[in-house]
Ligand binder design. Sequence first.
Ligand SMILES: [Zn+2]
Length: 226
Amino acid sequence: MLRRADGWLLDVFYPERAACLVCGKPSHGMRLCPGCAAELNALRLDGERELWLGAAYRYQGVARKLVHRLKYDCVEDAARLLACAMAENARAMALPRDTVVTWVSMPEKRRRMRGIDHGRLLAESVAGALGLTCGALLERRGRGLGHTQRGLGRMARQRNLQGAFRCAGDIPPHVLLVDDVYTTGATMRECTACLREGGARRVETLTACRVMTRENTGEWMGRQGT
Ligand SMILES: [Zn+2]
């Protein structure tokens, strides 16, 4: 509890910034105003890892807006804020010290268009908070593969990603794979399979948010029942 409170204060206190990252209201030196901070806190997923698959927040409200601030407005502070909670979840995974943190690489064209690789920013912030190494272990293969997943169903997402990634260089035995949003898990499964093929023995996944659909929840409840 002490560590959590400490981390919160250290990571969230940001004297240069006077406005909330999400709503723009005065935030008294914090990254979020009290209202947004309270809402974000309520969206926190710090329960069983099996259930939330490492995700830090529900993909709703302020948490969703923070991801959008990072992805579409290139706000690096949003990555740092999300990474605080992600790192907390990662600590519960008891990762070996030689774990390398990596991210789901973005198609090059999109990365150039947005100007930042938000996955990389998240991974670097998480690695920094955990004192682990961060490195690019995955790259997109070919053109057109793994095009945007938005609006696609579960099966279509998985098909869309098949063969979309390849390993970049030597793959270490222990990897923590970071991404912004866990939707159906298709991306994480594809990347995990790729890293394992490349030689990783243990791949843990960690996302800032998880989409809480009936399908996702039902899937979990089904697993629990067996
Ligand atoms: Zn606010």
